[in-house]
Design a binder for this molecule. Structure first.
Ligand code: 0PR
Length: 387
């Protein structure tokens, strides 16, 4: 480290040089990300609350009130206005907290020496981290022909060791919504904790449903659902990092609370100690600014671009893995393997991702992707296919 500091001008010039190597959502070339440009309203709120620390909420009572309002606003469109929870860093932390609550609950209600969780094969890898951190065995349920969790497979895996079942509302690779209603029935019957990972789908499914899209229920309206992860930093348009974990009942937070004797609040259930209040402020601001109508517009335009891409692909002879349910399209060329095709697209400046199950090019139609980007993309894709 240099002894003498640099002038701010020089510092920012140097930073800019680093940033020039970053990709930019606005270019429309990031086709495989679940994040997007943060909305200016959310960005401003985030910056205004940069110094607030929800790890010591007694010092930041206003920001704590914002967090509480965010949880209740999200609860209101996820079927339980009285939900409890926190604004956290994202889906990974949300899933980890939910599984921790489930494990701790099971320690009281049905102790087992070898606890297990059941997740669909399509579940995000954050559950592998959660299982590892929490000392649980991860049991992967099979998928049906539509890439949704297979209910017979879940039934077969359930045992006295099961501490939680997970359903996904908007899978990472294909955007599929698992049959949460059926999972809820099974979990109610067997008295098992059900967590719904709606990190991706939580900010689009409710608004599509409001517009008449036929997507099955996935939220707290189903009595078996104990917790939901939902990420404002994906389709909610807030800056990173912003996730939310919602619990139906306070007992799920209590069961993992730790004493924090010298802080302004004596108990803490979150994993992170010092944690930003900026995410809570940004989420509050964007929820208030957008209203349901604002998110319905985003949901409808992203689905329009999704369907446009799906039509263009099929009419040009590409094979869709399945009909898109949310704003993710996965396809194959039938000629060039997915990995190789993604490399060729990269050479033309398009960054797509490749799904593992099944192998396919996966495109997430986030709000920064517009029809004109798809037109350009299709030109390049067709030229690669022809060559
Ligand atoms: N649950 C689901 C259903 C997810 O899709 C993701 C992330 C998570 C949980 C974990 O969320 P955090 O990453 O916020 O902890 N899904 C994307 C993925 O892993 C995240 C992502 C976002 C990846 C932007 C790349 C990217 O550019 O693919």
């Amino acid at each position: 480290m240099d002894r003498k500091g640099l002038s701010p001008g020089l510092v920012f010039d140097k930073l800019k040089k680093f940033q020039e190597n970053d990709m930019d959502y606005k270019s429309g070339r990031i086709l495989g990300s679940m994040c997007t440009c943060a909305h200016p309203v959310a960005k401003k709120a985030y910056c205004d609350f940069l110094e607030s620390n929800l790890g010591d909420p007694g010092l930041f009572k206003g920001t704590k009130a914002l967090e509480d309002e965010v949880i209740s606003l999200l609860g209101s469109f996820l079927g339980c206005k009285s939900a409890y929870g926190h604004v956290i860093t994202g889906g990974t932390e949300g899933n980890l907290m939910a599984i921790r609550a489930a494990r701790n609950m099971a320690r009281i209600n049905s102790p087992t020496s070898s606890p297990e969780i059941i997740v669909p094969k399509s579940a995000h890898f954050s559950f592998k981290k959660a299982a590892d951190i929490l000392g649980l065995k991860l049991m992967e349920a099979e998928l049906d022909e539509n890439y949704k969790i297979d209910l017979d497979s879940v039934q077969e895996l359930i045992s006295s060791r099961t501490v939680a079942v997970v359903g996904v509302a908007g899978t990472t690779e294909l955007g599929k919504v698992d049959p949460i209603g059926e999972l809820s029935r099974i979990c109610n019957e067997k008295n098992i904790y059900l967590h719904v990972d709606a990190a991706f789908g939580g900010f689009i499914i409710p608004f599509l449903k409001e517009m008449g899209f036929k997507i099955p229920e996935f939220n707290f309206k189903l009595s078996g659902v104990s917790s939901i992860t939902v990420d404002p930093h994906k389709l909610g348009l807030t800056p990173i990092p912003t996730g939310c974990i919602l619990f139906r009942e306070k007992k799920f937070l209590d069961v993992m609370s730790i004493e924090t004797p010298y802080l302004t609040e004596k108990q803490q259930s979150t994993i992170v100690g010092t944690r930003t209040g900026a995410s809570a402020a940004a989420t509050w601001a964007i929820l208030k600014y957008m209203g349901k109508e604002g998110y319905m517009k985003i949901a409808s335009s992203t689905m329009e671009v999704t369907n446009f891409l799906a039509r263009e692909l099929t009419s040009s002879g590409f094979e869709l893995v399945s009909e898109p349910e949310l704003n993710i399209v996965a396809f194959n060329s039938g000629k060039i393997p997915a990995k190789e095709l993604s490399t060729k697209l990269k050479q033309k400046g398009w960054v797509v991702s490749v799904s593992a199950c099944p192998p396919a090019i996966r495109i997430v139609l986030m709000p920064h992707i517009r029809k004109e980007h798809i037109v350009e993309f299709m030109d390049d894709l067709k030229s690669i296919q022809k060559s």
